[in-house]
Design a binder for this molecule. Structure first.
Ligand SMILES: CC(C)=CCC/C(C)=C/CC/C(C)=C/CC/C(C)=C/COP(=O)(O)OP(=O)(O)O
Ligand SMILES: O=P(O)(O)OC[C@@H](O)CO
Ligand SMILES: [Mg+2]
Length: 250
C-alpha cells in the first residue's frame, strides 16, 4: 500500500475498499482535546481504523480542531473534515466531506453553507469528497441542527430514491446517517437496497453502531465505510472490537 502522502484521499479510499469495509473513527473537537485525540488515534490506528473524521454539530472551536487535526495526521492516516458548519473547516486536515444535507428543509444546509465555505476550502487546499448526506430515522444532533426531515426507517424506497438522485447528480459519496447516539443503526435492508441500486457509490454508514454484531450487519449489507463516534469516546475497547470484527481479525 502506497503511503498517503503520495496519494490523494480519494485514491486511498478506493484502494482500501477493494479489501473490504473501512472503519472511520469520528472525533468531535467539542468533546475531545488534542491530547486525548492523539491517544485514541494511536490505539485505533494499530487496530486498523482507516481514517479519521473530524467534526461536530455544535461548539467546535476551529483553533482546537486544527490542533487535533495535526495530532491525527501524525498517524499517517487521512484526516477528513465532517462539517457540522463552517467552524469545522480547518487548514490542517487533508480533505473534507463536501456534503449537502439532501433531506434538509432548509436550503442553507443543502447549498447555503457550501457556498459560504467554498472559497475557504479552496484557499486551504483541502481535497473535496462530494457527499450526499441523508438523514434516516432518529437524526440526532445532526438531524436537528441540519433541519432534516428524516426519512422514516421503513420507507426504504424513499431512501433509495435519495441515493439514486444523489448518484445522478454526480455525488460520489453517500453518507447514510441515523444520527449520533441513535438507538438504532441504519437498517441492513436499506443499505442492501441502496448498494444494489448504486453499486459504484461509496457508501458511508453511521449513527448508533455500538457493537461488533451491529457493525458486521452493516458491513455485510454493503457499507463501504462504517463510522463510530460515541462508542470511541465511551468505551474504546468496544471500538477496538468493532474494528477487529469488520477487518476479520477475530
Ligand atoms: C460547511 C459545509 C461544506 C457543509 C455544511 C454541512 C451541513 C450541511 C451540515 C448540516 C448537518 C449537520 C449539523 C451535520 C453534522 C455532522 C456531524 C459532524 C456529526 C457528528 O456528530 P454530532 O452531531 O456532533 O454528534 P454528538 O451529538 O454525538 O456530538
Ligand atoms: O456517535 P455515533 O452514534 O457512533 O454516530 C456516528 C456518526 O454517524 C454521527 O454523525
Ligand atoms: Mg458531536
Amino acid at each position: 500500500m502506497k503511503v498517503l502522502k503520495r496519494m490523494k484521499v480519494k485514491e486511498y479510499l478506493e484502494e482500501r475498499r477493494k479489501f473490504g469495509t473501512l472503519h472511520f473513527t469520528l472525533i468531535d473537537p467539542h468533546k475531545t482535546n488534542a491530547e486525548n485525540a492523539e491517544k485514541i488515534a494511536s490505539i485505533l490506528k494499530d487496530i486498523g481504523t482507516d481514517a479519521f473524521l473530524l467534526g461536530g454539530s455544535i461548539g467546535v472551536d476551529p483553533i482546537e480542531a486544527s490542533e487535533i487535526a495535526l495530532k491525527l495526521k501524525e498517524t499517517g492516516l487521512p484526516v477528513i473534515i465532517f462539517p457540522g458548519d463552517l467552524t469545522n473547516i480547518v487548514k490542517t486536515a487533508d480533505a473534507i466531506l463536501f456534503m449537502s444535507l439532501l433531506n434538509s428543509e432548509n436550503p442553507y444546509h443543502i447549498i447555503g453553507a457550501q457556498v459560504q465555505g467554498a472559497f475557504l476550502v479552496k484557499k486551504y487546499g483541502l481535497e473535496t469528497l462530494p457527499t450526499a448526506y441523508i438523514v434516516i430515522g432518529y437524526g440526532g444532533a445532526a438531524g436537528y441542527m441540519g433541519m432534516a426531515r428524516p426519512i422514516p426507517w421503513d420507507q426504504v424506497n424513499i431512501s433509495i430514491a435519495y441515493a439514486l438522485a444523489a448518484n445522478m447528480l454526480g455525488m460520489r459519496y453517500i453518507y447514510l446517517e441515523a444520527g449520533s447516539g441513535s438507538p438504532q443503526h441504519i437498517p441492513p435492508e436499506v443499505i442492501k437496497s441502496i448498494k444494489k441500486t448504486v453499486p459504484e457509490a461509496f457508501l458511508i454508514v453511521g449513527g448508533g453502531i455500538r457493537t461488533k454484531e451491529a457493525a458486521l450487519s452493516v458491513a455485510e449489507a454493503g457499507a463501504d465505510a462504517i463510522v463510530t463516534g460515541n462508542i470511541v469516546e465511551e468505551d474504546i475497547k468496544k471500538a477496538e472490537e468493532i474494528i477487529k470484527a469488520i477487518k476479520k481479525k477475530d
